[in-house]
Every structure is written in structure tokens, then in C-alpha cells.
Design a protein around this ligand. Structure first.
Ligand code: CTP
Ligand code: CA
Length: 227
């Protein structure tokens, strides 16, 4: 009931998130993607909502999920996600990028289904980089008088903290949530997570539990207490 009336420590604050994977089509029936289910991002969205925030999620294709109380903008590709985020990021108090954005897309998209008979059997695909949604959002708000708190996620399989710290700096973030996706009970599709939050100011905090518990703890740390 409290959440419905916008009460709570984040009442009156606007939070924008990205969540889920993106799909980069090479023809009308085939795409490049990844196993993200959007669970961590949607857990953060619901937690922000229950703390009183007004929440918008720019969401890649994840199938049926609970959207109650959230404004959801459905997108497919990294280009779509970048466009929708850049249109909104200057008017929010926090931007949290949890999406597993495809880093590459096919250079061209065939207008019709590519027939397997059209090639000798050994195909190669030319890929080009997609926009970095978080880095572009960070660049867009840099220097604004009212700049949102910028939070990234880092999905890593090795040298987790080192790579996460590098991303925090390279993308101009306030904090990054480092995620060892190979650790037991962490990563794609699980209901639990084990993460380390690093802030620009040097705070390092380990959190683990259900994705809902971890979501709540991340928001308490970064948006309510603000180290
Ligand atoms: N991100 C993004 N747009 C991209 C790639 C990443 O917004 N095209 C965001 C993710 O949502 C995440 C953060 O940047 O918050 C880090 O994503 P990650 O894939 O871990 O890092 P990359 O910079 O893509 O580097 P790499 O995949 O090579 O480790
Ligand atoms: Ca990436």
C-alpha cells in the first residue's frame, strides 16, 4: 500500500533501468543474443518501486514477466535500447544498467530469410560493434547540473574486480556491481546472486542472497544511503 502512494525513502525519485538481453537479427528469422533472463534487473526495478521510486525499465526480449507498477519500454536491439535510454536519461535521478547488451551485431540484415542452399556450406558472418548504452548515457549527462547516479553491472568470468573497476572508470560511473557469472548461485537465469559492489569513492561491499534481497541491498547502499 505504501508503494502505491509513492511513500518510502525513494519517493519522488525517478529510476531508469535496462534489463534483459538484446537481439541482433541477421535476417527475419535469426539473431545473435545471450542467455540473460532480466531477473536481476526486474528484481531491482521492483525493489526500487517498493522503496517508493517511479521506475522505467527499458527491457529486452525476456518473455512474460511481472510488470506491475513499472513503466516498461520493450525493445529488441542494442540500437533500440540506446535510443530509448538516451531519450530519458537526462530526466531521471538514477540510471542502472543491468542489460546484457549484445556487443556485436551482424553488419547487414538480410531483408528475406537467407536460404542454406545459397552458400557452399561454410558461412561466415561479418560483425560490427553495437552502441555502448551505458557509456553513451554517461557521456550525455556528463557536465549536467543535475546528473543521475550511474550504476553499471559487470558480468565477468575471471579477474572479476579488476575488470569491474576498469569499467567503472572507463564508463564514468558512480558504482558498479561485479558479478562472477561462473560462481555457484550467480549469473544467468539463477534466482540467487553473489556480487561485489564497488563505488567510485572506494567502497567495496559483498552481497549475496536471493536476487530480490541483493536488489534491495544494492538500492539501500547506492540510492538510499549514497556512500
Ligand atoms: N553495457 C551497455 N551497452 C553495451 C554493453 C554493455 O549498456 N553495448 C552495460 C551493461 O548493461 C553493464 C555494463 O555496461 O551495465 C558492463 O557490461 P559488460 O558486458 O560487463 O561490459 P562491456 O563494456 O561490454 O565489456 P566486455 O563485454 O568486453 O567485458
Ligand atoms: Ca559486453
Amino acid at each position: 500500500v505504501a508503494a502505491r502512494f509513492g511513500a518510502g525513502p525513494l519517493a519522488g525519485r525517478k529510476v531508469l533501468l535496462t534489463a534483459g538481453p538484446t537481439r541482433e537479427f541477421l535476417d527475419p528469422v535469426r539473431f545473435i543474443s545471450n542467455p540473460s533472463t532480466g531477473k536481476m534487473g526486474l528484481a531491482l526495478a521492483q525493489a526500487a518501486r517498493s522503496l517508493g521510486a517511479e521506475v522505467t525499465v527499458v527491457l529486452g526480449p525476456v518473455g512474460a514477466v511481472v510488470r506491475d507498477g513499472l513503466t516498461v519500454v520493450d525493445v529488441v536491439s542494442a540500437d533500440d535500447m540506446a535510443r530509448e535510454v538516451l531519450a530519458r536519461v537526462e530526466s531521471v535521478d538514477a540510471f542502472i544498467a543491468t542489460a546484457a547488451v549484445s556487443d556485436w551485431r551482424p553488419e547487414t540484415r538480410a531483408p528475406q530469410k537467407v536460404k542454406k542452399g545459397s552458400s557452399p556450406g561454410q558461412e561466415s558472418l561479418r560483425l560490427v560493434r553495437t552502441p555502448d548504452v551505458l557509456a553513451e548515457a554517461s557521456r550525455k549527462v556528463a557536465g549536467n547540473a543535475k546528473r543521475p547516479v550511474l550504476v553499471g553491472f559487470a558480468a565477468e568470468t575471471e579477474k572479476v574486480l579488476e575488470h569491474a573497476r576498469e569499467k567503472l572508470e572507463r564508463k564514468g560511473l558512480d558504482a558498479i556491481v561485479a558479478n562472477d557469472v561462473t560462481a555457484p548461485g550467480a549469473g544467468f537465469g539463477t534466482d540467487t546472486n553473489r556480487v561485489t559492489v564497488l563505488t567510485r569513492t572506494g567502497v567495496q561491499r559483498e552481497l549475496n542472497g536471493s536476487k530480490n534481497e541483493v536488489a534491495r541491498a544494492i538500492l539501500e547502499l547506492l540510492l538510499v544511503r549514497r556512500p
